[in-house]
Design a protein around this ligand. Structure first.
Ligand code: B12
Ligand code: SF4
Ligand code: SF4
Length: 322
């Protein structure tokens, strides 16, 4: 490659895509994916006289700036802006892979995931504060939030794809594998009656499960702590937040698990456990009794028809730091 022209004065941003050897210089926000001989270029400077250069040349010119070690800062900023989420976080897929049990690891879904992107949206306060009287409004808020998160998720996957990366969406799905919405009212009533019988309970416990757990991934991203209610509590929203996630081969600056203590049972007197009408939560924070929670859910109404949600373990938790 010929000698690179002098870099114009002013703020120069450097981002490295994929590997530290693929470098983009831009003076403005990223615009579109572009191919540049030998390099994958994410950002193209808006000005016509912009300059691209070899990494060694950039090293000479900018020294410390190249210490971004292959992490794409521009892309993170754009993902965050497009997500329009209350909570946004990135977890290191490799680190999560080492902590998660078999069958629940990023590699079970995508072979070369490097980062996990989490989006969280806050639920409205009034429908939560009014529970159990406001179940209809809470349930509507529940569905709208899921839809909005799923839309943003696919938008971010599109952005990553445009940028030359692979992105695997993990949209929110209701009752994975159970298709409760499609079952007849009679079969659901029967399920509600028998779901806590020993063998069916064991089945419910193992079957009512997604591959990847949003709350564990969110904790890994440093977004908060898993409380006694088995929900992810964040400093911004307590448990009043719903999530979606994606896996990508883009290397993005990850957060780290936080040490901040948000679940303080001695202060709230185990409010979530006391509030649970199904006895599905325990003071020792052991996993939710899924069958008991599901039984109560079916008792409240037929899912997909008059079905409403309980949500008391969300509503009664005071963990939010105001
Ligand atoms: C199935 C499901 C249910 C089932 C089972 C609940 C459960 N606790 O698993 C039922 C119907 C009962 C349910 C109820 C509710 N749910 Co729900 N549910 C899910 C769903 C779709 C999948 C859960 C799951 O299978 N996780 C994956 C498996 C692997 O997790 P697991 O069984 O807990 O895994 C165990 C081990 O395998 C291991 N593990 C697994 N992965 C990892 C990773 C690491 C690093 C480690 C160390 C360990 C580990 O730890 C776990 C505990 O032993 C998630 C969405 C999602 N994809 O995460 C929402 C989700 C957990 N639900 C949510 C909510 C809000 C609710 C309700 C409040 C809804 C309502 N009724 O109003 C209640 C609350 C119940 C409660 N307090 O636990 C939210 C929680 C948000 C938050 N702030 O944390 C989620 C994340 C949905 C969302 N889009 O945000 N839910
Ligand atoms: S959603 Fe209701 S029944 Fe289920 S664990 Fe929470 S409080 Fe208990
Ligand atoms: S209600 Fe209390 S014990 Fe339960 S999760 Fe919230 S802070 Fe923890």
């Amino acid at each position: 490659m010929s000698e690179a022209p002098a870099i114009p004065s002013g703020a120069i941003h450097i981002s490295c895509i994929g590997s530290p050897s693929a470098v983009t210089v831009s003076r403005t926000l990223p615009v579109r994916s572009r191919e540049f001989p030998g390099y994958s270029i994410l950002s193209a400077p808006a000005e016509k006289d912009a300059h691209y250069a070899l990494p060694s040349y950039l090293c000479r010119l900018t020294g410390g700036l190249l210490s971004c070690k292959g992490v794409d800062m521009d892309l993170v900023a754009e993902l965050k802006a497009r997500a329009r989420a209350t909570v946004f976080g990135i977890a290191d897929a490799g680190s999560y892979e080492r902590k998660a049990p078999e069958g629940h690891r990023p590699s079970d879904v995508m072979s070369n995931a490097r980062s996990i992107v989490l989006l969280g949206e806050r639920m409205l306060d009034t429908p939560l504060d009014g529970l159990p009287g406001t179940r209809v409004e809470y349930t509507a808020n529940f569905h709208i939030t899921n839809d909005r998160l799923n839309h943003s998720l696919f938008e971010l996957c599109g952005l990553l794809q445009e940028s030359g990366h692979k992105a695997f969406p993990i949209p929110y799905k209701e009752m994975p594998g159970w298709n409760l919405e499609k079952r007849s009212a009679g079969s659901l009533k029967l399920l509600g009656k028998v779901v806590t019988f020993p063998r069916i309970r064991d089945f419910a416990d193992s079957a009512l499960r997604e591959n990847l757990s949003y709350r564990h991934m969110a904790r890994e991203a440093g977004l908060g702590e898993i409380g006694v209610n088995n929900l992810l509590l964040t400093p911004e929203c307590g448990p009043r937040v719903r999530f979606v996630a994606l896996l990508t081969d883009a290397e993005l600056e990850p957060g780290r698990p936080s040490e901040q203590r948000l679940c303080v049972p001695e202060r709230c007197g185990y409010a979530c456990v006391r509030a649970c009408p199904a006895g599905a939560l325990s003071r020792d924070g052991s996993p939710t009794d899924k069958a008991a929670c599901l039984k109560y859910y079916i008792k409240l109404g037929i899912p997909g028809m008059s079905g409403v949600r309980c949500g008391l373990c969300v509503a009664r938790c005071p963990a939010e730091l105001k």
